[in-house]
Design a protein around this ligand. Structure first.
Ligand code: KIV
Length: 276
């Protein structure tokens, strides 16, 4: 009946929330990658990713939009369901798309869809203090939550572009305070996007929950990159934190293994991938 109990003794049991928390406690870097379909999910899992995110970045890399704003709950459910079929060990997180969590009831209904129909094990939402009530509501219903701080791509039209956040020390302190409130509200993980190394370090040291960074420097508990950036499929200018792992590798699997090895060894990100 409890199939997870059977898997505990196996050499590579599936990753769950407590695995991620233990990894933080043991200073073991958490390697994360996005995925959008079953074939790549299987490859990412085989390469050894601990966490796979069905990101609303699919609006850009799959659907060809300029931003994540057009992505719908139906889109994420569809892609999440396909990714779930490809995974064996990695923990599956799904993005809550733009405007799908403006009210506690709406957030709960949409999280339930991502988990029941999509097979997600956790939902991710963008926001700071404004999302504390939503996170509390989801946590009260035992929905695992990842809170996404720093650059919030769903707010791109409000911010006026994809810009580094938290450079001003007062803004970094505000971000830290929001991260603590979100943790206290029940967030199980925090994701930090495009912040200076110092803000990444400060927030990671101050929180009990794992902090996953993308362009947040080396001193976080884990790293995440968009799959198509790792594999050099993305055309045009890429963000500073992107590293092309396909160069010098003879297969996508080798490129993904190389990324995961560098995250685990702490050799990615290098200074050229970081913000100050
Ligand atoms: O949508 C996404 O892929 C993300 C990552 C950039 C972390 O949120």
């Amino acid at each position: 009946m409890y199939t997870q109990l059977e898997q505990r003794g196996k050499p590579e049991p599936p990753v769950n929330v407590s695995t991620l928390h233990k990894m933080k406690d043991k200073d073991e870097p958490i390697a994360c990658i996005t995925a959008y379909d079953a074939s790549y999910a299987a490859l990412v899992d085989a390469a050894g990713a601990d966490l796979v995110l069905v990101g609303d970045s699919l609006g850009m890399v799959i659907q060809g939009h300029d931003t994540t704003v057009p992505v719908t709950v139906d889109d994420i459910v569809y892609h999440c369901r396909t990714v779930a079929r490809g995974l064996r060990r990695a923990f599956l997180v799904a993005d809550m798309p733009f405007m799908s969590y403006t009210e506690p009831g709406l957030a709960l209904d949409n999280s339930v869809r991502l988990m029941q129909e999509g097979g997600a094990m956790m939902v991710k939402l963008e926001g700071g203090d404004d999302q504390v009530e939503i996170v509390e509501h989801l946590a009260r219903h035992d929905i695992p939550v990842c809170a996404h701080l720093g650059l919030k791509p769903q707010s791109v039209h409000k911010i006026g572009g994809f810009k580094v956040q938290g450079r001003d020390p007062d803004k970094a302190k505000e971000m830290l305070a929001s991260a603590k409130r979100l943790q206290d509200a029940g967030a199980d993980i925090v994701l930090l996007e495009c912040v200076p190394n110092e803000a990444g370090r400060l927030i990671t040291e101050s929180l009990e929950v794992p902090v996953i960074g993308i362009g947040a420097g080396p001193d976080v508990d884990g790293q995440i990159l968009v799959l198509y950036d790792i594999l050099d499929i993305t055309q045009g200018r890429t963000p500073k934190f992107v590293k092309n792992y396909q160069a010098g590798c003879d297969s996508p699997l080798a490129a993904l293994q190389s990324y995961i090895r560098e995250v685990k060894e702490g050799t990615y990100p290098e200074p050229e991938h970081c913000f100050s």
